[in-house]
Design a protein around this ligand. Structure first.
Ligand code: ARG
Length: 468
């Protein structure tokens, strides 16, 4: 970026004094909005073509402007473009450079347009694509979860399910994988919904009130792949809810990935010992030679803070701005770029890492059998025998108390001890309280029984195929 040789500002007509240097730096956004260069030029190309079609510019003018813009795009993509801080933002850098290349006719590009509808258009194009790209990456990770669910179902790997992080009931590991696949499916849907809702063109709204020029907003909308032009020019230049919606979807998505991270961090501890994360996605310690740290998961959990911050930041920027455009809105971009970049990498990392994780079936099954995880099954057994469930709960609670006071499992209680509590109970009944029996009994729709999980895997694979 260069800061030298300030040329006349594109808006400099009424100004007698040069812009203060610090103000120039403070005001400039080119340091980050140059990321919108491609969108900016695409929108300008659509705009100038439309000006030609409407007879607002002559064919020769359109051709020169178009040629110049294409040259600029090539230069930018090749890294041969001089971004100048004194030219403030991406829009004026491109336009001033166009003037350097093709002379005064460049000034006709901005006919029937304002930077306000220009930036709103560029940014929508960017965010629409970002949402679509993240949806695709989310889908790829979702497919990974479904594949892992399938891989660990035959024979089913069992693990403890938790509530309050206390052992609750045994579940299939595949069921756990599918739970994340479900969350990710909704995340993908949220991103695509957001992309769909923002798919309207602000171009042609002008500064705020529309324009007296006979423009064709349908044509520019179509050329840029938008479904239609936005209906209200004030709304078109003032609104950033499309970016907020994108960031909301990102925030929810990374909240899910953060929960996953937290679980993987816990499950990979020596104390849990459920999973070994791959060497390729863990790091060592510079002092403790034995360490293998889950940095990827920790960072993914930590980066949720940035993405939530992006959403909160933009909500705060928008909330106090009167209609229509205010310079505050220039603050809408960096947080969106950051959230997009963060999620792009986290989604990819997990898609690469999960298939390489090694799950320890024996340890997990053992953990699933501890903590009286099948006590509910015993209560259900009594209730199925006619006892009201609340009473059955009370009876089994007493047995758990007895077993834990004497350091035993439920199936280690004697026939007499069991019969003394309820005539339906026996050592034979207690011996059936295995983790496998518990899991395979949960045949309700959406339950953890392996055949149910198998059906859900098939359905998930179908859905992945359908919208492929
Ligand atoms: N760089 C500005 C932004 O990102 C472009 C719009 C400027 N419009 C204006 N009226 N000053 O918001």
């Amino acid at each position: 970026m260069t800061t030298n040789t300030s040329d006349k500002k594109l808006w400099g007509g009424r100004f007698a004094e040069a812009t203060d240097g610090l103000v120039e730096r403070f005001n400039a956004s080119v340091g980050f909005d140059q990321r919108l260069a491609e969108q900016d030029i695409r929108a300008s190309l659509a705009h100038v073509a439309m000006l030609g079609q409407q007879g607002i510019l002559e064919g020769a003018e359109v051709a020169r402007i178009t040629g110049g813009l294409q040259e600029i795009l090539t230069a930018i993509l090749a890294g041969n473009f001089e971004w100048r801080l004194d030219r403030e933002d991406v829009h004026m850098n491109v336009e001033a450079d166009l003037r350097d290349r093709i002379g005064g006719v460049a000034g006709k590009l901005h006919t029937a347009r304002s930077r306000n509808d220009q930036v709103a258009t560029d940014f929508r194009l960017f965010v629409r694509e970002a949402a679509q790209n993240l949806a695709q990456l989310t889908r790829a990770l979702r497919a990974t979860f479904v594949a892992e669910a399938e891989r660990h179902l035959d024979p089913p790997v069992l693990m403890p399910g938790y509530t309050h992080l206390q052992v609750a009931q045994p579940i299939a590991l595949s069921h756990w994988f599918l739970a994340y696949a479900e969350m990710l499916e909704r995340d993908e849907g949220r991103l695509l919904d957001a992309a769909e809702r923002m798919n309207e063109s602000p171009l042609g709204a002008g500064a705020l009130a529309g324009t007296p020029w006979p423009i064709d907003r349908e044509a520019t909308a179509r050329a840029l792949g938008f479904a239609r032009p936005m209906r209200n020019s004030l709304d078109a230049v003032a609104s950033r809810d499309f970016a907020l919606e994108f960031l909301s979807a990102c925030a929810i998505l990374i909240a899910h990935l953060s929960r996953l991270s937290e679980e993987l961090i816990l499950f990979s501890t020596f104390e849990f010992g459920f999973v070994t994360l791959p060497d390729s996605h863990t790091t060592g310690s510079s002092i403790m030679p034995q360490k293998k740290n889950p940095d990827v998961s920790e960072l993914a959990r930590g980066k949720a803070g940035r993405v939530f911050g992006a959403l909160m930041g933009l909500l705060t920027v928008v909330k106090g701005t009167p209609l229509a455009y205010n310079k505050d809105l220039q603050e809408d971009k960096e947080s969106v770029f950051d959230a997009y970049d963060t999620l792009s990498i986290v989604l990819r990392l997990y898609a690469d890492m999960l298939p390489k994780a090694e799950w320890h079936a024996t340890t997990m099954r053992q953990a699933a059998s501890r903590g009286y995880s099948t006590a509910t099954d015993l209560a259900d057994f009594l209730a199925m025998g006619g006892l009201p469930f609340r009473e059955a709960h009370e009876v089994v609670g007493g047995l758990v108390g007895l077993a834990s006071r004497t350091g035993r499992q439920l199936w280690e209680l004697s026939d007499e001890e069991l019969r003394a509590v309820h005539p339906l109970l026996s050592a034979e009944v207690a011996s059936r309280l295995t983790v496998e029996a518990s899991v395979s009994s949960r045949q309700s729709f959406g339950g953890t029984a392996p055949d149910q999980v198998g059906k859900q895997i098939q359905a998930a694979l179908e859905r992945l195929k359908e919208h492929a």
